[in-house]
Design a protein around this ligand. Structure first.
Ligand code: MG
Length: 473
């Protein structure tokens, strides 16, 4: 024990960290200093696409180990089923309908969109700055590509990545060719078919982006960021562009997995996670760093075998069925976060609240936040304070979960204008029926009443932001 204490003391001096995990009376380790935060956000990764979440042929040994050393969350959600509103929710801790990052017309921002995340919003990077954090984003932003909306205007010290999705600036669209036949042509496999810019801070440094080496370069940048800031509290937001279609893997991974190019890409992401966790361990930073791995929305099913899998969950990206918004999520901080499988409720919006609490930054009191502090689950394996999940499509509430039960007021295919309203709503017991197959509304009128009451209160208090996705061209 003395040797271990001496090593810990030495690490303290070397890393300059003031970490001092204290053993409580019930032997729980309590966090007592500022944590670093790393959020690794995959793009369109499905609930069933990792080894540890049951995929039979995609090998993800580093994520599997991360799950073993940390918490695997089986009921963790994003704020929306598509990129822009999901990212807005994560970074602001608020449903995107409040910040204007939803619309009836456009579901996300496009290269010809006029607006982006408004300055009036407080991002996690801005919030943590109040506690002396330095924040960096590497990867996909998708909250406004014009200068006034870029990450450097939203609290991030540095930015390396692409400003929107990797399928945008599609040259076939620009040439007004047939968009659907493009996706079955060989052109989709060429990086120059997507004239996406790669940016450093506010400047375009490459166009089109070399997408084959994008994951690799993001990873190198992430490692550099950690090296550079290892002696101060940092927040690293690593928002991978993959496995969003078009899929590109570097030479070391292409053609290597049993699951085709989709598997190659996910295995490269896994390798990236391994490199980041190893670097943190090498510096002793795992003791005061929380790493979260999740995805911005469910799998893009219309892309067939190039899209992922939601496993046993229904539907995928673009949908308010579970497959669209429940994501494979891991929390990791060895010695702090109690390892195990967690079936409590959590959302990406809770990261804003949880990280603020851990960094001792008071929450803004001039706006409604939608997050809760997940610390009781992370550090004490207690019940989650979260009891509800709101499923928005655009600016409209389609479904609501209360504890184990979820009611659908409206359902719609991910990419169709056809919708159905449900009166009475459909009701599913997600603890028993995660695939949402068996409507139990008739058996539980009291639960439906409780959900309708919550919906009424929610709608009464909802102040929607202006539609900032509408203006284009
Ligand atoms: Mg996405």
């Amino acid at each position: 024990m003395k040797i271990l204490s001496a090593i810990s003391f030495l690490l303290l001096i070397i890393t300059g960290c003031s970490i001092s995990a204290e053993k409580g009376k019930d032997s729980e380790i309590k966090p007592t200093s500022l944590y670093n935060f790393v959020v690794i956000f995959a793009d369109d990764l499905g609930y069933g696409d990792l080894g540890v979440f049951g995929h039979p042929t995609i090998h993800t040994p580093h994520l599997d180990q991360m799950a073993q050393e940390g918490q695997k969350w089986t009921q963790f959600y994003v704020g929306a089923s598509v990129c822009t509103p999901s990212r807005a929710a994560l970074l602001t801790g608020r449903l995107a309908v409040r910040s204007g990052m939803t619309s009836k017309n456009n579901r996300v921002l496009f290269p010809d969109s006029h607006h982006g995340l408004p300055q009036t919003e407080i991002t996690l990077a801005e919030q943590l700055k109040n506690a002396g954090y330095v924040s960096g984003i590497i990867g996909k932003w998708h909250l406004g590509h014009k200068k006034e909306y870029l990450p450097t205007q939203h609290g991030f010290e540095s930015y390396f990545g692409i400003p929107y999705s990797n399928d945008m600036d599609n040259v076939s669209l620009l040439a007004k060719q047939d968009y659907s036949s493009f996706w079955t042509s060989e052109a989709r496999k060429k990086t120059e078919s997507f004239n996406v810019p790669l940016m450093r801070n506010e400047k375009i440094i490459e166009r089109p982006t070399d997408q084959f080496n994008l994951t690799k370069r993001y990873t190198q940048e992430a490692l550099l960021f950690i090296e550079k800031h290892k002696n101060q509290p940092f927040f690293l937001y690593l928002a991978h562009s993959m496995p969003h279609v078009p899929l590109f893997a570097s030479e070391s991974f292409e053609g290597k997995s049993k699951r085709g190019i989709y598997g190659d890409v996910v295995e490269e992401l896994d390798h990236s996670v391994g490199q980041i966790l190893n670097l943190l361990k090498n510096h002793g930073l795992e003791k005061n760093t929380i790493v979260v791995f999740t995805s911005d929305n469910g799998p893009w099913l219309v892309m067939n075998s190039e899209g992922g899998s939601a496993g046993l969950l229904r539907s995928g990206k673009g949908s308010t069925w579970e497959g669209g918004m429940r994501e494979p999520t891991l929390f990791w901080s060895p010695g702090n976060i109690i390892p195990g499988v967690v079936s409590e409720l959590g959302t990406t919006m809770d990261l804003f609240t949880t990280f603020s609490a851990l960094a001792n930054v008071p929450l803004p009191n001039d706006r409604i936040l939608d997050g809760v502090d997940l610390s009781p689950v992370l550090f004490h394996k207690k019940e989650s304070p979260r009891k509800t999940v709101f499923y928005y499509r655009g600016d409209e509430l389609y479904a609501l979960r209360l504890k184990g039960f979820k009611a659908h007021f409206k359902t719609q295919d991910p990419y169709s204008n056809f919708y159905q309203t449900h009166q009475p709503p459909l009701l599913f017991n997600l603890n028993v029926d995660p695939s949402e197959k068996f409507d139990v509304a008739n058996e539980h009128p009291e639960i439906l009443d409780a959900i309708m009451e919550i919906r009424l209160e929610h709608n009464k208090k909802m102040i929607k932001g202006p539609d900032l996705l509408r203006d284009r061209g």
